[in-house]
Design a protein around this ligand. Structure first.
Ligand SMILES: NC(=O)c1ccc[n+]([C@@H]2O[C@H](COP(=O)([O-])OP(=O)(O)OC[C@H]3O[C@@H](n4cnc5c(N)ncnc54)[C@H](O)[C@@H]3O)[C@@H](O)[C@H]2O)c1
Length: 328
């Protein structure tokens, strides 16, 4: 079993991705400290898995790192894995976000991760443990999400922080990585997933499915395992291809060509007029430009479409996947 003799702390372990991660770690032999605000959801039956240690903790509290540190010293004496999964999503238009809401999202999603990781990494360094820290970001660190500005800010910050932590902890053989989930069915996302939003999401996910939390947990557990010993500072997309640009079946929005304002132009793509009758690829001066000229000539032929007729409009690719597609 991959996690025999390992102690793993999982935050947000009462629900969703955190719960699925804790259960998988337990099944693979880890001693798990399940951290959450409250423990309400029942665990799988005892004959299936060992019991987790349960610690009720608000990861944003000032004394959360000290309480976790004390718990680990008192009950387990070591820690090998920290999965920072706890997170909150606050939905509000940018113009209406209150200071309180901003502070709370930052406190849970960013400050909490920072100081819990620091507490756990100190134990790992002191014990010479080649530990694993896995943070849970979101596809919305890289794909904009209207009405979720504090959330997207924290997830972007989390990814940057992951890389810095990774470089500082590498000399101690501690790896720090991110998993970047896309649409995943959990308590966080369920209220958002109206049939209309699900339809719109599925149209934007190349693999055409919303993930159960277990698929994200599998990636977290991989990065938490010894198998991932040579990966640090990385971010692993677990999003069915959602964050890929222009890769949707049928070519995706970046390949569409429609006149703005025409019926059916719901792509959200900004268009700019294309000069009719362009003179073709410019000749490059200087060194041997044969291959480059051939490539330009091919591109030019493609852009003129079948029969060499230039389309009236070309598309400027902008991200259109943000409308009605809240994935958490
Ligand atoms: N569900 C998605 O579509 C999705 C997509 C991308 C990223 N994520 C990220 O995955 C992570 C897990 O989310 P989920 O979808 O499983 O949501 P969830 O709501 O099912 O689970 C989140 C858990 O975190 C706990 N939590 C919240 N605030 C806490 C705090 N201050 N201290 C301790 N525990 C706290 C909650 O009680 C809950 O049990 C989050 O970081 C979220 O941003 C989710």
């Amino acid at each position: 079993m991959r996690f025999s003799d390992k102690v793993a702390v999982v935050t947000g372990a009462d629900s969703g991705i955190g719960r699925a991660t804790a259960v998988r770690l337990l099944r693979e032999g880890a001693t798990v400290v399940a951290v959450d605000l409250k423990h309400t959801a029942p665990w799988p039956s005892e004959k299936d898995t060992a019991r987790p240690h349960r610690l009720e903790l608000d990861v944003a509290d000032l004394d959360a790192p000290a309480r976790l540190d004390a718990y680990l010293h008192e009950h387990l004496g070591r820690v090998d894995v920290l999965a920072n999964v706890a997170g909150i999503l606050h939905i509000a238009p940018f113009l209406q976000v209150s200071r309180y809401d901003w502070d709370r999202v930052v406190a849970v999603n960013l400050t909490g991760v920072f100081f819990l990781s620091q507490a756990v990494a100190r134990i790992m360094v002191a014990g010479n443990i080649p530990g694993r820290i896995v943070n849970v970001s979101s596809v919305h660190a890289v794909v904009s999400e209207p009405h979720a500005a504090p959330y997207t800010a924290t997830k972007g910050g989390l990814e940057a922080m992951t890389r810095t932590m990774a470089s500082e902890l590498a000399p101690h053989h501690i790896t720090v990585n991110c998993v970047r989930p896309g649409a995943t069915r959990t308590k966080m996302s369920e209220p958002i997933y109206t049939p209309e939003i699900v339809r719109s999401l599925l149209a934007k996910i190349p693999l055409g499915q919303i993930a159960p939390p277990e698929w994200v947990a599998a990636a977290i557990c991989y990065l938490a395992s010894d198998e991932a010993c040579y990966t640090t500072g990385a971010c692993l997309d677990v999003d069915g291809g959602y964050a890929m640009d222009g890769s949707l079946p049928g070519g995706g929005p970046t390949h569409e060509r429609r006149e703005p304002g025409r019926r059916g132009d719901r792509s959200g793509i900004r268009h700019r007029p294309r000069h009719r009758g362009t003179a073709g690829p410019r000749r490059l001066r200087g060194r041997d430009d044969g291959p480059r000229r051939r490539r330009l000539a091919e591109t030019h032929a493609l852009s003129r479409g079948a029969g060499g007729k230039a389309p009236e409009w070309t598309s400027v690719a902008v991200d259109t996947r943000t409308r009605g597609g809240d994935t958490g």
